[in-house]
Design a protein around this ligand. Structure first.
Ligand SMILES: Cc1ncc(COP(=O)(O)O)c(C=O)c1O
Length: 367
């Protein structure tokens, strides 16, 4: 196998998928995986086989790709830009049960007007801001009902994503934000229903909140993405162990700076991505945790800096003879900070099956 390569440990991936599905089942909600993490047919097939209901996508290209592969129930969970409506219409006309989202009157009006013009009633959800992290309408705002009235019968529900959960790392804080995510989204749904409008779906989720929620009363579905692979950011948040990380980058030692204790690898930021998500967390893993060829972490050895096609791995504090320990040509694996960002650097994965066989799984890229 050439390097750098993106490896998926399929046993770990399957366990991660089962774990999240069991959580959704025990909380009494459907799981709608966010496929933006992997953008891969085989991974989504495993999620559906485990019991997922529909998928969430972050681009219309993902929607087109997965619809062609036979998935119909697709939630495009990024606010709809009016110029993309013809693309959404084409999908609906082909039989895709595509749902759009909006958090503004202008956005809702664009969807409704375009739909009327073309004889199409788009299914739309209103995005709720549950934590001030990104976009969405606050549940108490008058704007919520104005948008709901404008959408009328095409309104299918509300959704929210507690992005602030990524900055937390204690079970108590994670449980609290999961409850906030649930409560604010349910509150928005109840206001809409009290105004006599439909609001069937109540959709919440991020991996940290999904794995921390104590109950999901009033919620109909959970969305989560990165759980399929997990990563060092999730490890630092406290929702997985390093042994559960299913994605790693296989790299080759291409040189050394012996006196500095540097091991030069052919995985730089082009392979790992520029994501330094652990920098602001309790443990900074540089550009990744270095493991041996079999995926066993090597204590204290981090990919501490990265150029485009060069990585520099070094021990945090050790005067080890790195040339003798990791000679030229040695294969190593690096666990990523952010699986979605690292995966996106590659056009395919190499999936390692339980029996050691390696299969190539294509990965969708671009917009
Ligand atoms: C709208 C939305 N829903 C769900 C998710 C899934 O979050 P995670 O990858 O933490 O599971 C994301 C991730 O960014 C998102 O933007």
């Amino acid at each position: 196998m050439d390097t750098p390569a993106a490896l998926i440990d399929t046993l770990k991936m399957q366990r991660n998928i089962q774990r999240m599905q069991q959580r959704a089942d025990s909380l009494g909600v459907h799981l709608r995986p966010h496929v933006k993490t992997h953008k891969c047919t085989e991974v989504v097939a495993a999620q559906i086989a485990a019991g997922a209901h529909g998928i969430t996508v972050s681009t219309l290209k993902e929607a087109e790709y997965f619809f062609e592969l036979g998935l119909h129930d697709i939630l495009y969970a990024v606010a709809m830009a009016p110029h993309k409506l013809p693309q959404a219409l084409a999908l609906r006309r082909q039989g895709c049960a595509l749902t759009l989202i909006t958090d503004s009157l202008a956005g809702a009006r664009a969807i409704v007007d375009f739909g009327r013009e073309h004889g199409e009633a788009f299914a739309v959800m209103i995005e709720i801001d549950c934590d001030g992290h990104r976009s969405g309408v606050k549940p108490q705002e008058p704007l919520l009902l104005e948008i709901a009235h404008l959408l009328g019968n095409t309104l299918t529900g509300v959704l929210t994503h507690a992005g602030e959960s990524y900055g937390l790392d204690t079970p108590e804080a994670l449980q609290a934000i999961a409850e906030q995510e649930r409560a604010r989204c349910v509150e928005a749904a109840e206001r809409i229903r009290a105004a006599g409008l439909p609001c069937v779906q109540v959709s919440v989720g991020s991996t940290p909140t999904a794995l921390s929620a104590m109950n999901l009363d009033g919620v109909t579905e959970l969305r989560a993405g990165v759980y399929a692979f997990f990563d060092l950011v999730m490890h630092n948040i406290g929702v997985c162990r390093t042994e559960e990380l299913a994605l790693s980058v296989l790299t080759t030692v291409i040189g050394h700076q012996a006196e500095k204790g540097w091991i030069i690898t052919d995985a730089g930021w082009m392979a790992m991505s520029r994501d330094r998500g652990t920098q602001s967390q309790r443990r900074d893993f540089g550009y990744g945790q270095v493991c041996d060829e079999h995926g066993e972490p090597i204590a204290g050895l981090l990919l501490s800096s990265a150029n485009q096609e060069h990585g520099v791995a070094r021990f945090e504090d050790s005067g080890m003879d790195v040339v003798a320990q990791f000679p030229l040509g040695t294969r190593l694996r690096i666990l990523p900070n952010h699986a979605c960002a690292t995966g996106a650097q590659f056009g395919r994965y190499h999936a390692i099956l339980d029996n050691g066989e390696v299969h190539v799984w294509e990965r969708l890229r671009g917009w």
